[in-house]
Design a protein around this ligand. Sequence first.
Ligand code: CDP
Ligand code: CDP
Length: 212
Amino acid sequence: MSAPLVIAVDGPAAAGKGTLALRLARALDLPYLDTGLLYRATGRRMLDAGLDPASPADGQARLVTLEDLSRTDLRVPQVDRAASLVASQPTVRRILVGIQRDFAARHGAVLDGRDIGTVIFPDARVKLFVTASLAARARRRWEQMTTDPDAPDREAQIARVARELQDRDAADSSRAAAPLRAAPDAIHIETDDMSADEVLAEALRIVARMTR
Ligand code: CDP
Ligand code: CDP
């Protein structure tokens, strides 16, 4: 019997990894795991405990379970930063490897993150690296978060989001432990001029080709 199908979706912040990975999972009837939520849940726990997310976070990472990932307070700017800080700690990453590998062990899975194709599943049958320009990513993240799409200071808000994404990507790419990097055998999808539907169609073509 062939090994369960694992699809790795990596890339920088707000590139559309999660949107693609969820749609791929639905289309292929595979379980889906947003691995960023593991680091967000760890960062959230540090903040809730009154701890500095830059200090050792392995104790809080050990407490993270799949149930924590449905918390509704994980996608706020404070947790973006806390997640990136705890994610730079090798001990935290080691603790969270197990959840990710176990998740895909039985039925395969689509996982999105930063190091899925390089560290978590270096043998994944399909590895996608999803990118978009900083300007496109900042606009997408702002549109996701804003409550006032016609805000008069819209451009200034988007510029602020761009700075935050750039800082987080720089930290994620330059850390020693599992930096954000495309696996040598990853297939890149540059999504600036593509809709989410077009990205899904392209990814499904790649999957069909790689799993023939
Ligand atoms: O959705 P977005 O791309 O903004 O972030 P995320 O995927 O939820 O990840 C939040 C943070 O967790 C990232 O900035 C990384 O520092 C970290 N992360 C990681 O180190 N490795 C992963 N596999 C996933 C996320
Ligand atoms: O998971 P990641 O942080 O990489 O990005 P996301 O949260 O999946 O996507 C950010 C936003 O971009 C979502 O609102 C998507 O609908 C939108 N988007 C996309 O994912 N793909 C495109 N080709 C265009 C827009």
